[in-house]
Ligand binder design. Sequence first.
Ligand SMILES: [Zn+2]
Length: 270
Amino acid sequence: MPELPEVEVVRRGLEEILKDQPVLEKIELKRKDLRGPIPAKKLSTLIGEPVTSVERRAKYLLLWTPKGAMLSHLGMTGTWRVSPWGDERDHDHIYLHFSGGLRLAYRDPRRFGCFDFVQKEKTHPKLVDLGPEPLGENFTAQGLWGKLRKKEVALKVALMDQKIVVGVGNIYASEALFASGIRPALKASKLSLERAEVLVKEIRRILADSIVKGGSSISDFAQASGESGYFQNSFQVYDRAGEPCRICGSILKSKVMGGRNTFWCGQCQK
Ligand SMILES: [Zn+2]
């Protein structure tokens, strides 16, 4: 599943492709729904408008025009690619046709993605309750600590709560807690401000590193040869239960927390 860094790399790829602000000429839907219905009528109000910017909010992509935006979520298996004529593939559900002959294809075999219409970001139900961006200036140790005061759940579960901070998914929650030396099962309300400062710093560092590592897929994207990429990082703890910790050699542990597998080192994390 694409997490925030992968989605940010896709955003940068789309921004590059759409930098000349091509006019949206046609939205060709191959089906009426993905995870939810696609509002074809509302989306058609954007026809004839130029795409003026590509934003990311949490794991949502927003292709803005002067009359509103197309909102895309990649779900589990969604990808955007430049698709010249003749490049139609199985599971292509959406083609966006632009001036100049540019065509973007959305492919999503498992169809957990979403494609929606947004008039204003602040009022859209999917966007309205989202917490701060982890790489933005509104994500601070003080703010995080304040929000965790009343949370009785495990810290790792709280970090994946989109109202607390967006886009820290299962992989990066485990990795950031390892890098911060904090046990994932620590009760969120017990996190000290001092440790919240370390955690915020590590979340930012790990996400930013992952975006840099994914940068190579942008060129594929722009050349229209490849699909928007998901990349494998070399993880410290994620998916490594039973293997030795790279720092201390202890056998790494795993446990399901909040429905998701969680990985940590019993020695390095307190
Ligand atoms: Zn260790």
